[in-house]
Write a protein that binds this ligand. Sequence first.
Ligand SMILES: *Cc1c(COP(=O)(O)O)cnc(C)c1O
Length: 235
Amino acid sequence: MFPSLVTEHIAKVRQQVEQACLKFGRNPLDVQVLAVSKTQPAEAIRAAAATGQQAFGENYLQEALQKQQQLADFPELEWHFIGAIQSNKTRELAENFAWLHTLDRLKIAQRLNDQRPAHLPPLKVLIQVNISDEASKAGVAPAEALALAKQVMQLPRLALCGLMCIPKATEDFTEQRQAFAQLAALQADLKQALPTANLNTLSMGMSSDLEAAVAEGSTCVRIGTAIFGLREAKH
Ligand SMILES: *Cc1c(COP(=O)(O)O)cnc(C)c1O
């Protein structure tokens, strides 16, 4: 993908977010665009960063670490891990990311807490919720989210910031909204049960369901294809 296209695509995505905000009464400043750069080369991230994009999401640890090294001249970049977590890789996660969107087990949380370096702020974490109850998807069941949230809140080197979901893929706008509304309702329940927690982040919405996610309160849309183009299935 040519850098100029990435620039154009980012502008378009930001415009889409703004239009959705206008339509659904949201403040555009409350919706962050996370550029999902998995399988994309460091040059594509460089092109996005040149437009002011700072938050990047990666799914594969070794690939992400390599790109972080290649982009060491951009220390302002904020790295979010949004992939499946292997328990023997938690140290590298704890040392190299600002955010983790896919927490779904206490054991992983404890390891990250122990391994988060003292010179870094607490690792910001979101609990992934399997909102459509799909056997193939990671995430806790909605009914288990509160128990995990309480346990994570006890870990001083983690900062629990909210929830994340990847709903069942559908092109139906109403169905898209229903799934996101469920995550928003769960967030409201957790906020009520845990009034001292700061659970304001709702990571939901991708290239194909961004508008529905914004309609239901997303504060972070994770956008890959609409920014960087189609991915090669290399993993
Ligand atoms: C790949 C991925 C995205 C981006 O998906 P697009 O459809 O390319 O926008 C968002 N979130 C997660 C967790 C992903 O793995």
